[in-house]
Design a protein around this ligand. Structure first.
Ligand code: A3P
Ligand code: MG
Ligand code: MG
Length: 397
């Protein structure tokens, strides 16, 4: 019998210590017509129920009703059921919904593929970074079977949240100044007043009032997963959608946009005769985040609830997402949507060139005021970014 050859010991894998950098400035290289973009198209969805448990369905979809003007958004703060992730959620729910969709035996059960898979929030951070000197992010990426999976660096976010909540309050606050926790609450309270679980046409005024008076909670969510593209790069993005303005078209109809609505709160502007440039500037800067967030999932309408400094709802204004870049161009010009799109397209191309080796974890970091995104290898494997369940699912394909 031939003698068994001793198996050759694998050389220890050496992590590359190389750091690669992408400079955001100068922005003029991103000006001009925007890179080709595809209208986002929903490919899957899922819900979190009232215990924040995952469900393969649309049970947490809500419908918009106009909230009562004059409502105090601080009301009910003491009863707020606030959900915050204690464990790293990674991309697990998004991938679960993709597996569910692929296994359902309708005609669209082909593999749902893209160059990048991530939460919408990561792309919002990337897209808006060119116009925010204070922008900072920390993410992890890994390449698996040709797709780059990108997630938030959960430990660093949890640490900065903890630091923020232990910060002492300001010594001499403005009399109307509210604590940070309250400012987070009233965004959700605005949603409670504006969303009901059944179409308004089949809901009685008494039922609507009962929903509006219910305890505010952010446990339940409905998330839409869309396929989209920036220039040559395809993406699968998952994110929360607040509500519907009308019925959702059947999933077989991919040409009609879903009439999602994004709800936002903002401090009311002074009356026109007292408005100063800086008031408009502050609001239009805020619109960049609203636009990017909604644009990425193809949410066509944004309803802004204006509030006083102390949180009383004083007015509503509806914006068409696709009209916002033009509005700001004609206004203060403080951001340019084409630059955001071109920057994101270039950045994704560069990231593809960095995240090249399978079985590696890369960190993708933008430090505040640095203006430079740095990518380096930080570990082996997939770092939990791609769930084990999903790795097996792809292996079995
Ligand atoms: P506002 O955006 O009106 O302040 P979303 O708008 O994304 O649907 O989120 C709903 C609300 O959650 C927000 O309402 C805000 O109150 C809270 N929220 C979301 N992201 C937050 C963040 N990064 N920090 C603090 N609050 C946040
Ligand atoms: Mg939301
Ligand atoms: Mg919202």
């Amino acid at each position: 019998l031939p003698q068994a050859q001793p198996t050759q010991a694998q050389p220890p894998q050496v992590l590359s210590s190389e750091t690669r950098r992408f400079s955001i400035q100068p922005l003029n290289r991103f000006q001009g017509a925007s890179a080709r973009i595809k209208r986002p198209c929903e490919v899957a969805h899922f819900s979190y129920d009232d215990k924040h448990e995952y469900r393969d369905d649309d049970s947490s979809i809500n419908y918009y009703v106009p909230p009562p003007i004059g409502a105090d958004l601080k009301e009910g703060f003491d009863k707020f059921r606030h959900y915050e992730d204690k464990e790293d959620p990674h991309l697990d729910s998004l991938l679960r919904a993709v597996m569910h969709k692929e296994s359902s035996n309708d005609r669209s059960n082909a593999e749902i593929k893209a160059d990048f898979v991530t939460w919408r929030g990561m792309m919002t951070k990337i897209m808006t970074a060119p116009y925010d000197n204070f922008a900072e992010f920390s993410m992890f990426a890994t390449l698996h079977k040709g797709t780059i999976y990108l997630e938030e660096d959960f430990p660093s976010r949890a640490a900065s949240r903890a630091a923020e909540s232990s910060r002492p309050p300001p010594r001499n606050p403005h009399p109307d100044q509210q604590p940070q926790a309250m400012m987070t609450y009233w965004g959700y309270k605005f949603e409670t007043l504006s969303l009901i679980p059944t179409p308004p046409s089949s809901t009685s005024p008494a039922q609507i009032a009962a929903h509006q008076a219910s305890t505010t909670s952010n446990h339940a969510q409905h998330c839409s997963i869309v396929s989209t593209s920036f220039g040559p790069h395809t993406l699968l993005l998952g994110g929360e959608v607040d509500g519907l303005l009308g019925p959702k078209p059947p999933s077989t109809d991919t040409s009609t946009p879903v009439p999602w609505v994004e709800l936002k709160t903002a401090e009311q502007l002074p009356p026109p005769h007292r408005q100063q440039h800086r008031d408009i500037l502050r609001f239009e800067r805020k619109l960049l985040k609203f636009w990017a967030q909604s644009f990425l999932l193809g949410v066509p309408t944004i309803v802004v609830g204006f509030r006083t400094k102390s949180g009383v709802l004083t007015g509503l204004q509806s914006f068409k997402t696709h009209e916002l870049p033009g509005m700001v161009r004609r206004g203060t010009g403080c951001w340019d949507g084409n630059v955001c799109i071109n920057f994101a397209a270039e950045f994704l191309g560069w990231l593809k060139g960095c995240v090249r080796e399978e079985g590696r974890v890369y960190s993708v970091v933008l430090r505040k005021k640095s203006g430079v995104v740095e990518v380096r290898e930080v570990g082996e494997g997939t770092g939990g970014i791609v769930s084990e369940e999903f790795v097996r699912w792809r292996e079995e394909k």
